[in-house]
Design a protein around this ligand. Structure first.
Ligand SMILES: [Zn+2]
Ligand SMILES: [Zn+2]
Length: 375
């Protein structure tokens, strides 16, 4: 806490606050306090709207109120606490939403997404140490996913801020830390897709499109994109899909025809609906790998035809694509800069903070891949 006294930059900022589920966000003047020695203050340059932000704003995640949404972000380090050793003022960073303690049971098994401290405080939407950093007058304001980046400044723990090359544009750098890392990580870290294999991706939003690019980078031979939206299928083909299937009543037969009647070696579900989860099991080959990336409401039940589970299938659900942010994010930035990872097409609108509510509405209607707020 004593470190807060050393912070001589701006300590107040504008941020978008959710006060009531489903209501428009309000732009407020907020202040930062209670800074700790391992804190980093970022001046947010760009932050994109992810579906999880919408779920939180609409009250589906029971996020404590009031809170600042936003977790896919990139910015410049404005201040570092006295024990921060990885970062310096002026560094460009992309944000991870998975701080981890490094010494609990799960961290010692390298399952950082299950870190006990991470899970305990994540649902409370406070800082990683369990305390608030953002205030509206005297009232604490929660930070969604240890981030709260729909604001000019964000206070995060050091391991959430990952240095990236300075020539990486912020409006695409912000995408790395959630949808892109999840989709590519699912392919490279979770399934470890092998060359010349067949890979199918259900749902072509930012996560699904990233899985498609991951499959291309892994040199899969057949990459089949499935979606209900023709425009997203066109984008999928530009980014590496070899085949595109529009969802219709013949989907499973059409898919079988493209995969020698066996089904795909790997299937990634990134649509986040019951039909998507069911389809993933119907179209993977016996002995194949299914990775579920989408999600439905916590209490929703999902049913399966028992026969679709048979055949020695491997099924895993992943939240963050096995990301180890400090190593993974810079490698993704390098792939963008070398032209191997295509991210510009994801950004379907670039807006100011004041336009956030209209952008949330477009996300509700499924109109954008990613809207990016720039400061
Ligand atoms: Zn996200
Ligand atoms: Zn831990």
């Amino acid at each position: 806490m004593a470190d807060g006294a050393n912070f001589i930059g701006a300590s107040s900022m504008r941020g978008a606050v959710s006060e009531k589920p489903g209501e428009p966000l309000e732009i407020r003047e907020l202040r930062l306090a209670n800074l700790a020695s391992d804190d980093v203050i970022l001046r947010i340059q760009a932050t994109s709207l992810c579906h999880t932000d919408l779920e939180a704003v609409d009250g589906q995640l029971d996020t404590p109120l009031p809170f600042v949404p936003g977790h896919e972000a990139a910015g410049i380090v404005e201040w570092t606490g006295s024990s921060v050793y990885r970062l310096s003022v002026g560094d460009h960073v992309a944000l991870s939403w998975n701080p981890h303690c490094g010494h609990c049971y799960f961290c010692s098994h390298e399952q950082f997404i299950l870190c006990e401290q991470y899970r305990a405080n994540g649902v409370r939407s406070v800082h990683f140490d369990g305390k608030a950093r953002v205030f509206d007058g005297k009232q604490p304001v929660h930070q969604l996913m240890y981030a709260g980046t729909f604001a000019e400044l964000a206070v995060v723990t050091e391991d959430c801020a990952v240095r990236i090359p300075k020539n990486m544009p912020f409006h695409v750098a912000c995408l790395i830390g959630c949808g892109v890392a999840t989709g590519i990580g699912a392919v490279s870290n979770i399934a470890r897709v092998s060359p010349r294999s067949s890979v199918t991706i259900i749902g072509c939003g930012a996560v699904g499109l990233s899985a498609i690019q991951g499959a291309r980078l892994a040199r899969a031979e057949t990459i089949i994109a499935i979606d209900r939206d023709v425009r997203k299928l066109h984008m999928a083909k530009r980014l590496g899909a070899t085949h595109a299937l529009l969802v219709d009543e013949n989907l499973i037969q059409s898919h079988a025809a493209l995969t020698c009647g066996r089904g795909a070696d790997y299937v990634f579900e990134a649509a986040g609906n019951e039909r998507g989860f069911q389809t993933s099991l119907e179209i993977v080959r016996p002995g194949g790998q299914v990775v579920w990336l989408g999600k439905v409401a916590q209490q929703q039940r999902v049913s399966f035809r028992w026969g679709s589970l048979m055949g020695e299938k491997n099924i895993v659900r992943s939240s963050y694509g096995g990301s180890r942010a400090q190593e993974f994010f810079p490698s993704l930035a390098e792939k963008y800069l070398s032209g191997d990872l295509l991210l510009d097409d994801y950004v379907t609108s670039r807006i100011s903070l004041g336009e956030v509510n209209a952008a949330l509405d477009r996300l509700r209607k499924g109109l954008d891949i990613r809207s990016v707020i720039e400061f």
